[in-house]
Design a binder for this molecule. Structure first.
Ligand code: CP
Length: 317
């Protein structure tokens, strides 16, 4: 694995998940693997979990960490080939990626969807440009259409909490949100869950279908309460419309409530965070014993650490 760009870069999900769970028992077992290696974390958008857990993961491996926020601090970058740069952008990604590659051994990047133009977002121009021009491995810390570190985390968490002898029923449920949010978390969750032994259902209002090339054969249930029946995991996320690109809805009837959770098989409640309390989910659900959102966030470190360990081992040869 040269880059960790999407779930497709995981060759064996079961092996990776088990390795991460083992690493969690002894997080400092590879504390010299990254000695004298530097990771650069580039943020074009805000973060709490991704930033801190990736730093923590790198530190556990003995790496040095450099962080740069582009918003308000970095030069605004140009990505187009042959552009006459007489407008707002000051630096081309061609130079930026090559320069950063001289300071670091691994690069990790967060660059959300702009939700203005579907083709632009789904071309993954920012991440793909860095991958093209950087001379070091690149890790996706949430791109326009994917959040594979979050999805690996979710696979680890579901494996830890799933009933031992059952194929779990996993429901990905849309929930309301006041702002239009990208589809990245949902996309990667779908791609990852398709590779797990599970009964998997997606539920959302009509018009909020994810890209069909991502969902493929996964069943979609437009009746949220019906979808929740007998579920072992309720994974909640808002996403804006793919069809009417970037449009959102505050459809209150889709909020996650105690009553809906009672329809499940005592399901665990999951959310990648941050979450808007009492808009997306009632306090009574997120504060309940069945909520595993804090444990889920803890696993961000081990997902990131596993990815960095694999990259360091590969680069050592
Ligand atoms: N889940 C997640 O990526 O959290 P942050 O946006 O805080 O990094």
């Amino acid at each position: 694995m040269n880059n960790y760009f999407s779930i497709k870069d995981i060759d064996s999900l079961d092996t990776w998940v088990n390795e991460a769970i083992e690493m969690k028992q002894n997080p400092l077992s590879n504390k010299t693997l990254g000695t004298d290696k530097t990771i650069g974390l580039l943020f074009f958008n805000p973060s709490l979990r991704t930033r801190l857990s990736t730093q923590k993961a790198a530190l556990n491996l003995g790496m040095n960490v450099i962080v740069m926020n582009f918003t308000g601090e970095g030069w605004s970058l140009e990505y187009g080939d042959g552009t006459v740069m007489n407008q707002g952008n000051s630096e081309h990604v061609k130079e930026a990626a090559q320069v950063v590659s001289q300071y670091c051994d691994v690069l990790a990047i967060r660059a959300f969807a702009k939700l203005e133009n579907r083709e632009d977002d789904y071309s993954e121009n920012v991440l793909k440009s860095f991958i093209k021009y950087a001379t070091i491995p690149v890790v996706n810390m949430e791109s326009a259409i994917g959040h594979p570190l979050q999805a690996l985390t979710d696979a680890i968490t579901i494996t830890e909490y799933k009933p031992i002898h059952n194929k779990p029923k996993i429901v990905l449920s849309w929930a309301p949100h006041p702002k239009a949010l990208p589809q990245a978390v949902a996309n990667s969750f779908v791609e990852m869950t398709k590779r797990m032994e599970a009964d998997f259902v997606i539920t959302h209002p009509v018009g909020f279908e994810l890209a069909s090339h991502i969902t493929n054969e996964v069943p979609i249930e437009y009746n949220q309460e019906k979808a929740f029946k007998d579920a072992d995991f309720i994974y909640v996320k808002n996403w804006s419309s793919y069809t009417h690109y970037g449009k959102t809805s505050q459809e209150e009837s889709w909020k996650i409530t105690e009553e809906k959770m009672k329809l499940t098989n005592n399901a665990k409640f999951m959310h990648c965070l941050p979450v808007r309390r009492n808009v997306v989910v009632d306090d009574a659900v997120i504060d309940s014993d069945n909520s595993i959102v804090i444990e889920q966030a803890n696993n961000r470190t081990y997902a990131a650490q596993l990815v960095l360990k694999k990259i360091l081992e590969k680069t050592k040869g």
